[in-house]
Write a protein of this length. Sequence first.
Length: 234
Amino acid sequence: MPRKRMLWPGYFDSEQLATLTLPACRTFEGFWVFADDRGRMKYDPDQLWADVWIKRRRIDNISIDDVADHLEALVTNGQLCHYRVGGADFLHVISWDEHQKINHPTPSKLPPCERHQGQEWAKWWRADDTATDRWRQLEKRAKQTRNGGEAGPFSESLPESYVSRSGSDRENSEKPSLPAEMGYVSDSVSDSVSECRATTSQCSSVQFSSDQASSGGNVRQFTRPSQRDRKVMP
C-alpha cells in the first residue's frame, strides 16, 4: 500500500509561495511527491524535470535549466535547503516535519542536514550503515582537513578544538581523571608501584644471595632459621 503524501491546506494560502511563479510552485509540489520519507532528495534537476515536467514539455516548454532556477528560487525563498555532504549536493524540505506525517516511514538513504536536523545528524555521524557510509567517510576526511590537515585515525571522534591544537599542546594538557576501577592509574601512583616492584625484586635477590651460598658450583639448600635447631623426631 503506498504511503499517503498530501499538501497541507495552507499551501495555497502561503504568503511565501505566492511570491513564486506557478511553474516553480509545480516543481515544489513534485518535490513533495518524489522526495524520500524524510523530505530529502539528491540535487538533480534533470531527474526532477523528468518526474514532473516531461509530460508537459510541449505545452509549458519547461527545460531542465528552468527546473534548476525553480530550485534556486525555492532555496532563496525558504522552502528548500540546499546542503552539501561528502562532496555531494542534497535538498530537503525545511518544514517537512511540520506538514508531513508518514506512518511506518522508510529510513532515508541520504544524509541529513546538519543545520536543520541536528539530532539526526549526530546519530548519522556515528552510524556505520552502508547506504550512506561513502558520504560519511568523505565528510569526515573533509572535516579533518579543515581542522588542521592530516589527523590521526581516532581524531574524527574528538572535539574540533582538540584536533586543531598542536601535538605539544595536547601533551601538556591536563589528563583526564578517571577512577582506578576503570583501569586508569595516575602518574604518581604508577611511579610508586614501579618503585615498589623494583624494591621487592631487589630485596628478594639480596635475600636469595645471602641465604643460598654456592659451594663448588652447587647450590646449598636453604633452611629457615626456625628449622635449623629443630630436632628430628624418631
